[in-house]
Design a protein around this ligand. Structure first.
Ligand code: ADE
Length: 318
């Protein structure tokens, strides 16, 4: 069973205990707490984002943590029946809290002073193992850098709906450019992010109340777990980080920028099955091509997404 995968080496080759986490300097960490680390293998292995994450000095690192390492019994149980009856099983508060506190907060050497004793009384501190050998792997200079608690996101159909603005704001959090809402310590600049993937019928509400900063949904439909939602969010957040996409123009012109969908695009061959590329694209007149693209983007947005088109029109008036 894989315990921890990291983006800095090939996914399946880096399997180690959470206490052996190595934290590099000047890196923002995205942690994922999941019962299915294997879901993230392909994401960490293929495509532009994988290439970016595997660079020697990547500013972002992803750490995948297996929640079952904190199972409450030797059978590896992490869930239980809902009090009051009802269908399905619920992920346990104790298991998730341990996974978050020991697997992320302690292993990542975050400052725990905003949890103990304000959230958890001092006399309950001994429930958790607050010693991590990972500390010894941190260079002295890095100890200061991971003091701020990470932003905790739980993915669920009940949450605020994820969109392009949300992706941009989370990318800014990772870069230390913007404060997320509801921060306890507003002086914090740079924050890491933890995504918690729910399974079964959800998680015990007390975990959300105590630890979750934002609950986010990827749409009005129900998935059988949070992993696919997290993968979508990871992809769209990380591609916002400068350097991930070779040509920064590709972000500026893509769909949802300035409340417009992207204009149609074409490549070779010029003519195939009787269909030709619009003449203007072959004209070499860049100003005219730009105008044409903007016009096409407006038309397609008005037709396919009148809701976004209204926002575009309103913003234009201002
Ligand atoms: N988990 C289950 N359904 C989900 C959704 N729509 N968005 C995010 N997480 C989920």
């Amino acid at each position: 069973m894989s315990d921890l995968l990291s983006s800095s080496s090939s996914p399946s080759s880096l399997l180690s205990l959470p206490s052996q986490i190595e934290i590099k300097s000047n890196t923002s960490i995205i942690w994922v707490l999941t019962l299915f680390p294997e879901f993230f293998d392909a994401f960490l292995k293929y495509g532009v984002i994988s290439r970016f994450l595997q660079q020697k000095n990547s500013p972002i690192e992803i750490k995948i943590i297996q929640i079952r390492n904190w199972a409450h019994n030797s059978y590896g149980s992490v869930d239980d029946y809902p009090f009051g009856g009802g269908a399905g099983l619920i992920m346990r508060f104790d298991v998730l809290s341990r996974a978050l506190i020991e697997g992320v907060f302690v292993a990542g050497n975050y400052d725990l002073s905003s949890i103990f004793p304000s959230k958890i009384p001092e006399d309950e501190k001994n429930i958790f193992n607050l010693q991590s050998t990972s500390n010894s792997l941190l260079e002295e200079e890095n100890k200061m850098q991971k003091e701020k608690l990470p932003l905790v996101i739980y993915t669920s159909p009940k949450g605020e709906t994820f969109n392009s603005n949300c992706a941009k704001s989370l990318a800014k959090v990772l870069q230390g450019l913007e404060e997320p809402k509801k921060l306890e310590r507003l002086e914090d600049k740079k924050r890491d992010i933890v995504f918690v993937a729910g399974r079964y019928e959800g998680v015990d509400e007390r975990f959300i109340e105590m630890f979750v900063d934002r609950e986010i949904s990827i749409g009005d439909y129900v998935l059988s777990g949070g992993e696919i939602a997290i993968l979508s969010m990871l992809d769209s957040v990380i591609r916002q980080i400068p350097g991930v996409l070779g040509n920064s123009g590709s972000i500026e012109e893509e769909s949802f920028e300035n409340n417009l969908l992207e204009a149609p695009q074409y490549t070779r061959p010029r003519k195939f099955l009787g269909k030709e590329v619009p003449e203007i694209y072959l004209s070499g007149n860049h100003a005219e091509i730009k105008k044409y693209r903007r016009n096409e983007a407006e038309k397609i947005t008005q037709k396919l997404r009148p809701d976004i088109y209204d926002q575009y029109r309103n913003a234009k008036k201002e």
